[in-house]
Design a protein around this ligand. Structure first.
Ligand code: ADP
Ligand code: MG
Length: 566
């Protein structure tokens, strides 16, 4: 049987490519710069073994220039260039990636920085341009060629003039419409910000002639006469990218200032971070910079807050907030991850949800957890500051997902203690317990001050036992999820049985209760069903009466549950 080849309606295919792969038009610049960087990488790679290239690493650069009058944007590189045949194959064939081939042929495993792989990025230029011209001269060839296309209708290739090896890409921008402004991509500020957003860590300099204006020098007489300043324009060549990613630098070269500066710039936070950590991980291989903010962002505890880390692949930004990299209980962490071996989706805006990402996420979670434990141990004050900002989130973490993560989080929790209202960990509480103490006691209320006044706390305190003061709604739910800590159960001070009475005392109380049965019954009836039972108690000292709860649910928890929508 003959196997037939699929045919493709290439015009339709190209149209689909152009209009459906990318969600943001602005990424065309990232794609063209990435291609230029790949082309330079290839020639640089050659230059390592071929003296005839005659270029040093510092000679390589990518140039951008914009001309508003002719509405053209030019991206030039002095990389490897393309022969006529390569123009045909690489730009005339959808989904053909010369870069992918190059990587395979040259077995670039170590230090592989080449970005291209899908063979579609180039066409993103047609999202913003009505006409694309590519003038290219391949390294080692003495002829240059010009490839030209207005999109779906095809392309032409003709001979052209170009002195040195490399490629020049000229976009004639689409006309502006009511909805779309393509002219903005010719604006120098817009270009600068796009480069720093997506291509800041391309390893070769991206240069542009930037025009500035400055006051003209005045003569002494003019100054004397207070003549108004006149301004003049001048042009300066600027390198728009910072090239070396901070996270790929050697830790020894970096100062605390560098990390802090990077954070405030990148994450738009005026406050210095409380803590940072720089990770270079092998297996899975990634670099990361992680930060804990010193204050919760204003929308942190709202639905608007979006968690996530920036995700880079080889120094090119892929996603601004990759949520899959952080568990909810660590959603306050800011930072970025750069990995060379991610399986990117074709648009490079998303990832294939693959094992690799999960492995990285796991490793990051572990790092955060270890950092927090270290901080708790060595920098208590700082940790308490952290706790005030984000403790609530950790308590939610204990309670949510059916308590799946409680083991991971229980040692990070702090509670206010009846002991001078200091913050204590569960471990500290249990370590300080007397041998005859059966339970971890807690009391719930609006504030520590209110709880101190509760009659129910008196007896426990008189026994010399510490009490945890729970003042957030979530607190008791979190403890209930934990159930136990180091084999000690939690006990509300308003629980029926506090475990303080000896069997003799219990007998004594029972006898008294029988004696006063009539009185108790009368009291209960007069309360008209507002309480389930009226009983005698030995827990009271300076108060005549108090409320207690039977069973597992405390009074405060009942209040929370009653206030929830049903
Ligand atoms: P990819 O970069 O994923 O391979 P593109 O559609 O962006 O796909 O580019 C297709 C191919 O065209 C590249 O693989 C490369 O071989 C070639 N190419 C594109 N731009 C340039 C350039 N500036 N210099 C040399 N070759 C280029
Ligand atoms: Mg590309």
């Amino acid at each position: 049987m003959e196997t037939k080849q699929f045919k493709a309606e290439s015009k339709r295919l190209l149209d689909m490519m152009i209009h459906s792969i990318y969600t943001h038009k602005e990424i065309f610049l990232r794609e063209l710069i990435s291609n230029a960087s790949d082309a330079i990488d290839k020639l640089y790679f050659k230059s390592l073994t071929d003296d005839k290239v005659g270029l040093n690493k510092d000679d390589f650069a990518i140039w951008i220039s914009a001309d508003k009058d002719s509405r053209t944007l030019k991206i030039t590189d002095n990389g490897i260039g393309m022969t006529e045949e390569e123009l045909e194959n690489n730009l005339g064939t959808i989904a053909n990636s010369g870069s992918f081939k190059f990587k395979n042929e040259n077995k670039l495993e170590e230090d592989n920085q080449i970005i291209g792989q899908f063979g579609v990025g180039f066409y993103s230029a047609f999202m913003v341009a009505k006409k694309v011209t590519v003038i290219s001269k391949a390294y080692g060839s003495d002829k240059a060629y010009q490839w030209e296309s207005e999109g779906v209708d095809g392309y032409t290739i003709t001979e052209a003039d170009k002195k040195s090896a490399g490629t020049e890409i000229i976009l004639e921008m689409l006309d502006d419409t009511d909805d779309e402004n393509y002219g903005e991509f010719l604006d120098q500020y817009r270009i600068k910000s796009l480069v720093s957003k997506y291509s800041d860590y391309i390893r070769f300099p991206i240069k542009m002639e930037v025009s500035h204006s400055r006051p003209k020098e005045q003569t002494e007489e003019e100054k004397e006469a207070k003549k108004p300043l006149e301004y003049e324009d001048y042009i300066e060549i600027e390198t728009l990218n910072s090239m070396v990613p901070l996270w790929k630098k050697n830790k020894n070269e970096l100062k605390e200032e560098d990390y802090k500066h990077f954070y405030t710039e990148k994450f738009f936070d005026y406050n210095e971070p409380l803590k940072y950590s720089h990770i270079s991980n092998e297996m899975p291989s990634y670099n990361a910079l992680l930060y804990i903010p010193s204050k919760a962002p204003f929308d942190y505890y709202s639905k608007e807050y979006e968690k996530g880390l920036q995700l880079y692949s080889n120094g090119v930004l892929i996603m601004d907030k990759c949520a899959d990299l952080l568990p909810d209980y660590f959603s306050f962490v800011k930072g970025l991850v750069d990995s060379e071996d991610l399986s990117l989706n074709i648009s490079r805006e998303m990832l294939q949800h693959d094992r690799q990402l999960k492995v990285i996420a796991k490793s990051i979670e572990k790092t955060i957890s270890n950092e927090l434990k270290k901080m708790l141990k060595n920098e208590r004050e700082k940790y308490e500051e952290f706790w005030k900002a984000f403790g609530l989130q950790l308590k939610y973490g204990v309670y949510s997902d059916f308590g799946m993560n409680k083991e991971k989080l229980q040692d990070l929790l702090l509670f206010t203690s009846s002991n001078e209202q200091k913050l204590v960990t569960l471990d500290e509480y249990v370590t300080a317990m007397r041998e005859d103490q059966k339970y971890i006691y807690y009391a719930t209320g609006e504030s520590a001050a209110r709880i101190e006044q509760l009659p129910q706390t008196e007896l426990v305190k008189d026994n010399g036992f510490e009490i945890l003061y729970l003042t957030d709604n979530i607190d008791e739910f979190a403890l209930k999820s934990l159930m136990k800590y180091k084999d000690k159960e939690f006990k509300s001070v308003s629980a029926d049985d506090l475990g303080l009475d000896t069997p003799e005392k219990k007998e004594e109380l029972k006898a008294k209760e029988e004696e006063s049965a009539d009185l108790l019954k009368e009291l209960q009836e007069s309360l008209n069903g507002k309480v389930t039972k009226v009983a005698l108690s030995q827990r009271l000292k300076s108060h005549p009466v108090c409320l207690t709860s039977e069973g597992e649910i405390s009074l405060e928890m009942e209040k929370v549950l009653n206030s929830m929508p049903t």
